[in-house]
Design a protein around this ligand. Structure first.
Ligand code: RB5
Length: 149
């Protein structure tokens, strides 16, 4: 995946700065939707900005970072078409792309270190959805049951 919408709240700001440096180094296209300093902000505002940019097809996927990654995940998953996954290990990052076709990765800047976070990002961005019919059926069920489509 490429063309990544990135955002954090104050709790995720430091890790986001590191991840943006990593995306630059790896040559990915991205946009930073804020926040732009460590002043306290509200994570749902940033989860919404990134989620909207993805559902409007301006960006292919997103990375959202708050203190725990939990608030960003809860908020982003409220947006129809968003499949946000909180990952603090590389196995989950790979599986959520292969099985869930996750389009938003969330992480907690107060939970994991930079080295692991970079590996999670790299794994998540480089893993394709499996396209296996059992997973497609399950994703269609999510849309039908929860999104009424
Ligand atoms: C902010 O203090 C913190 O609550 C937020 O970053 C996040 O961890 C919420 O889930």
């Amino acid at each position: 995946m490429n063309n990544i919408a990135v955002a954090s709240d104050h709790g995720g700001y430091d890790l986001k700065t590191e991840i943006i440096g990593y995306l630059k180094e790896m040559g990915y296209a991205y946009r930073d939707f804020g926040c732009y300093d460590k002043k306290a902000v509200h994570y749902p505002d940033y989860a919404y900005k990134v989620s909207q940019a993805i559902t409007e097809k301006e960006f292919e996927c997103g990375i959202l970072i708050c203190g725990t990654g939990i608030g960003m995940s809860i908020a982003a998953n409220k947006v129809k078409g968003i499949r946000a996954s909180l990952c603090h290990d590389s196995f989950s990052a790979r599986m959520t792309r292969e099985h869930n076709d996750s389009n938003v990765l969330t992480m907690g800047g107060r939970v994991i270190g930079i080295g692991l976070a970079k590996d999670i990002v790299k794994t998540w961005l480089n893993t394709e959805f499996s396209q296996e019919s059992r997973h497609i059926v399950r994703l269609q069920k999510i849309d039908k049951i929860y999104n009424n489509c």
